[in-house]
Write a protein that binds this ligand. Structure first.
Ligand SMILES: [Zn+2]
Length: 169
């Protein structure tokens, strides 16, 4: 069996050092890791900053607000002297978006990979004009930024070996 995995990530800049708030019991570490990562993936950053979201798309608006604050702190080099960035509003929106599934509730420990999938799901659903996350298995054409960056093609190839040496002799 062979597998071919296509994964293209474009990191043009790596900005670290802007702290994100994670008070004892907030359990925001899984989300803070993702915020740092997504901020540093240039095509994702560019997409989010360029896209115009309507007032109901609070999930994206809160992530965008965080990126704007992140930019400001980094450019002004103000982060060592100020309060860390608070991801609370974005976490609240993520919890709201997945309220039915009971995922990402405030103060609960969660998994960063599941959160990345949830964020990608939300972006994909938004890009194909869905209001709910239920039908998000519909394809996007052109590909949304979530699929462009994180889609993985896995090919399985079965190899059958037949021994014909006994026929040839
Ligand atoms: Zn998509």
């Amino acid at each position: 069996m062979s597998k071919k995995i296509n994964l293209i990530l474009n990191f043009k800049r790596i900005i670290i050092g802007v702290p994100l708030k994670n008070d004892l019991g907030d359990n925001n570490c899984f989300l803070n890791v993702l915020i740092h990562t997504l901020y540093n993936i240039t095509p994702f950053y560019d997409y989010l900053m360029k896209e115009k979201f309507n007032n109901e798309q609070t999930f994206f608006i809160e992530l965008k607000k965080l990126f704007v604050k992140y930019d400001r702190k980094f450019k002004l080099k103000s982060y060592p002297n100020e309060e860390p960035l608070d991801p609370y509003e974005f976490r609240r929106e993520l919890a709201n978006l997945y309220r039915r599934e009971g995922k990402f509730r405030l103060k609960r420990m969660e998994d960063p990979i599941e959160a990345l999938l949830a964020i990608n799901n939300a972006i994909h659903s938004y890009s194909i004009g869905l209001n709910s996350l239920k039908e998000c298995d519909k394809p996007c054409n052109p590909q949304c930024i979530a699929h462009k960056l994180f889609w993985i093609n896995i090919y399985e190839q079965e190899v059958i070996t037949i021994d014909i040496s006994h026929i040839l002799t």
